[in-house]
Design a binder for this molecule. Structure first.
Ligand SMILES: Cc1cc2nc3c(=O)[nH]c(=O)nc-3n(C[C@H](O)[C@H](O)[C@H](O)COP(=O)(O)O)c2cc1C
Length: 269
């Protein structure tokens, strides 16, 4: 029986929702499936004898540096099938193109790719729970249909070659990510913070840790923030500001669910 391994990364939970929808659909079709958070495993341990799926958010018309690093460090393969899904607010800049190129260069067989519009976690927004819920439901339907297309070999990995390579360049550039790290700071308001420690548990890079003396979270200069906004999205007391963004409290899943999925992701070397 064919086995699928799904690798996800998620700031506010949107890509996690889509990953779980794909997982459910695969299980409903009797496949073996595992699901692992990209920030909890080593890409070198990706098994090239199964079908691999990568489910991630769009950042700055590209991908997060963490996701680029993950894809760039996949093991070489000999026609191992792989698919890609991204979640976005509106427009990805054609990021499927550079992703397809990486997969092909590494010897994978790109089975298909899909882009799914989900609620925005990025711009200042008024929470509109019903509207968000409708978007999430539509996204889940699209993800399940895509999964069936993958199973039935009907999916496509479309890209616009030169255009999407150019669009993907800034988000792939190490220089841009260094600049962003310098410019975008995580600020923690100790007056609002209740020391629950959740931000320190979910930060994918270890940029936020607990200060042993005060018990408040603090940031660490030499482990960069990748602006995924996970800390801010899941802070119950709205004590975190990332760059010029604050009080963006949208989260697609509960903190309990996010923690469970991060903790059950199999840890590899
Ligand atoms: C730093 C950052 C940059 C983003 N850039 C884009 C973008 O260029 N285009 C877009 O459509 N959405 C953009 N978004 C919105 C997210 O892609 C979208 O809300 C996504 O579903 C978030 O998924 P997640 O909850 O799994 O992190 C951005 C979000 C963040 C945090």
């Amino acid at each position: 029986m064919e086995t699928y391994h799904l690798y996800w990364f998620s700031g506010s939970g949107n890509s996690l929702i889509i990953c779980k929808a794909i997982l459910e659909e695969l299980i409903a079709n009797d496949y073996n499936v595992t699901m692992t958070s990209m920030d909890k495993c080593n890409p070198k341990d990706v098994d090239i004898n199964v079908v691999n799926g990568f489910i991630v958010p769009v950042y700055e018309q590209g991908l997060s540096p963490l996701v680029w690093d993950f894809l760039n460090n996949l093991p070489k393969s000999n026609n191992s099938p792989a698919f890609f899904a991204d979640t976005m607010m509106a427009y990805s800049g054609g990021v499927k193109g550079p992703v397809k190129k990486i997969l092909k260069n590494k010897g994978y067989l790109p089975l298909g790719a899909i882009e799914i519009v989900m609620p925005n976690n990025y711009y200042k927004r008024k929470n509109n729970i019903e509207k968000d819920q409708r978007k999430i439901e539509k996204g889940i339907i699209k993800a399940k249909k895509f999964t069936n297309d993958i199973i039935n070999n009907k999916s496509k990995f479309r890209d616009i070659p030169i255009y999407s390579t150019l669009m993907g360049m800034p988000s792939k550039s190490k220089l841009v990510s260094k600049l962003m790290n310098k410019m975008v700071k995580v600020l923690i308001d100790e007056e609002l913070c209740n020391k629950c420690g959740i931000c320190t548990m979910i930060c994918p890079t270890g940029h936020i840790i607990v200060d042993e003396v005060t018990g408040y979270p603090k940031t660490v200069e030499n482990t960069p923030c990748i602006q995924c906004l996970r800390c801010m999205s899941f802070c119950h007391s709205e004590a975190i500001k990332v760059g010029n963004k604050k009080n963006l409290t949208y989260r697609g899943v509960s903190i309990k669910e996010m923690l469970k999925e991060l903790n059950t992701s199999k840890k590899t070397s």
